[in-house]
Design a protein around this ligand. Structure first.
Ligand code: SF4
Ligand code: SF4
Length: 475
């Protein structure tokens, strides 16, 4: 192994271990310094808007239905007031595929920007739970001190208060997610009826509260490092042109202590003063100066921290910034490459398909089939009859009384059984008999055209075959 290879190996040693696991294999608890800066302020605004939306949206209604409902169990979805019934489930599947392609495209072009700005895990961790921690225990150094000290009165009350608030918030989050699943009205009924009347739902909420509490109180950044499949896929999605949070090693190296009296460039030093401000703010405990790492959630805390140092040393901001590896090495920043263009094309096609499925979907879906196992019957002296079964899927928000008329050929429809009623979002079913005069039939298989009506308005046309005796073929 030559000198260069040895140096490269030494440079890359950080990749051999997780920064949150000690040599002994124990968890290294991360105490990130509270971030400050422009990007952090922007992230606070984005997080506040998203959190407000998350907690308010399930309580909004539109035309008597929830504004958003994600009832996976009954396959009923309402997205921004648009009802997607189980019969339209393919639209949900296609929308999810489009969403995944959108995330992949975004990752190819802009790295893990989703993790840092929009991911619920990051938003809850950094802008809810971490804020409570800073509020009760103080900034990172005070938290470290508190953890090291004996279990005195201060430590007991602070830790107890923090864990209690954490569990209450986890309980609120679990209830919020449940309200997306079953609707806030049903959730309110469950609450007012009490746990004893709905023991199953109550246990589900307690279990989910426990899961959220465990994630935000203990598991924390480990979700992003070892559990999140999206995080694991970064290695195959990023390339040298992806825009990520990156350290400008050309400008920063070689590092050296700050001395206000010296001209760093004349001394051959880069702009990094090795102050570690970018490391102490990192919620995943990494040093971004080592290069892009799977632990980096692109939270931008190190950008703000380094910008503050650059202001202090009188150097231009942006030693750590959003840039690509190619951008830093060659000064070229292009978001267009074959992969991003291919993903964009697939995404555009998927979005067009989803949009046209939504625009052109019908309010009703009718099926009329001859009753299984039946053929024709003599009906009176001059007619033959067939029995049909009808199913009408009602995708509207209203209840409809459905009737069927024969458009052609001439004939008679005799309803059998109860009237056909299609409730909102449900399937109306019925059975009827069609009688046609023999002289109207020219073959053993005649095409019928039905009109399906709600009150007096035709909602659909449907074609079905009418079976008669074989001698009609010889007529
Ligand atoms: S904050 Fe900036 S100057 Fe300080 S160590 Fe990090 S990269 Fe270097
Ligand atoms: S390296 Fe910077 S952007 Fe990445 S997680 Fe750490 S602080 Fe956030």
């Amino acid at each position: 192994m030559n000198m260069n290879q040895k140096m490269n190996q030494a440079d890359n040693n950080f990749r051999d271990k997780l920064t949150t696991v000690s040599k002994e294999g124990k968890r290294v608890w991360v105490y990130p310094k509270k971030p400050k800066g422009i990007l952090y302020n922007y992230r606070k605004i984005v997080a506040s808007v998203l959190l407000a939306f998350l907690f308010i949206a399930p309580h909004l209604s539109y035309k008597g239905d929830p504004f958003i409902l994600l009832n996976i169990l009954e396959r009923k979805f309402i997205i921004f007031g648009i009802i997607i019934w189980p019969q339209d489930f393919h639209i949900i599947v296609l929308s999810l595929i489009a969403f995944v392609v959108f995330i992949i495209l975004f990752t190819v072009v802009f790295g893990r920007i989703f993790c840092g700005w929009v991911c619920p895990q990051t938003i809850f961790m950094e802008f809810v739970f971490r804020q409570i921690e800073y509020w009760i225990e103080g900034d990172y150094s005070a938290q470290k001190k508190l953890s090291r000290q004996d279990w005195n009165f201060e430590k007991i009350w602070k830790k107890t208060l923090k864990q209690t608030v954490f569990f209450i918030i986890s309980f609120i989050i679990a209830n919020t997610f449940l309200s997306y699943l079953i609707g806030s009205d049903k959730l309110w009924l469950l609450m007012t009826d009490g746990p004893a009347a709905n023991i199953g739902s109550f246990l589900a909420v307690v279990i989910f509260s426990g899961v959220f509490y465990f994630i935000f109180a203990f598991f924390r950044e480990q979700v992003c490092l070892i559990a999140c499949p999206y995080g694991r896929l970064q290695g195959v999605m990023l390339d040298s042109k992806s825009i990520v949070v990156a350290y400008d090693f050309k400008r920063g190296e070689p590092r050296g202590k700050h001395n206000p009296l010296e001209d760093r460039s004349k001394k051959g030093k880069g702009d990094c003063i090795n102050c570690l401000s970018c490391v102490v703010v990192c919620p995943t405990n990494i040093d971004i100066r080592n290069g892009t790492q799977l632990e980096c959630i692109n939270c931008t805390a190190c950008i703000d921290a380094c910008n503050a140092i650059m202001d202090w040393t009188g150097k231009p901001r942006g030693l750590i910034r959003y840039d690509s590896e190619k951008g830093i090495k060659e000064g070229i920043r292009s978001i267009f490459n074959p992969r991003s263009i291919a993903y964009s094309a697939v995404l555009t096609i998927l979005l067009l398909i989803v949009a046209s499925l939504l625009i052109f979907r019908t309010d009703f879906e009718t099926t009329i089939l001859r009753q299984k196992g039946t053929l024709f019957q003599q009906y009176g002296d001059s007619s033959y009859s067939n029995i049909y079964q009808i199913e009408v899927v009602n995708k509207t928000r209203d209840h409809h009384n459905v009737s069927v008329k024969l458009i052609e050929p001439q004939g008679e429809i005799i309803p059998l059984g109860d009237p056909i009623v299609a409730e909102k979002g449900n399937v109306g079913k019925g059975t009827f008999l069609v009688a046609i005069q023999k002289d109207q039939l020219n073959s053993s298989n005649t095409l019928l055209k039905f009109g399906v009506y709600s009150e007096n308005e035709m909602i659909e046309e449907y074609k079905a075959s009418f079976v008669g005796p074989n001698y009609l073929d010889k007529k």
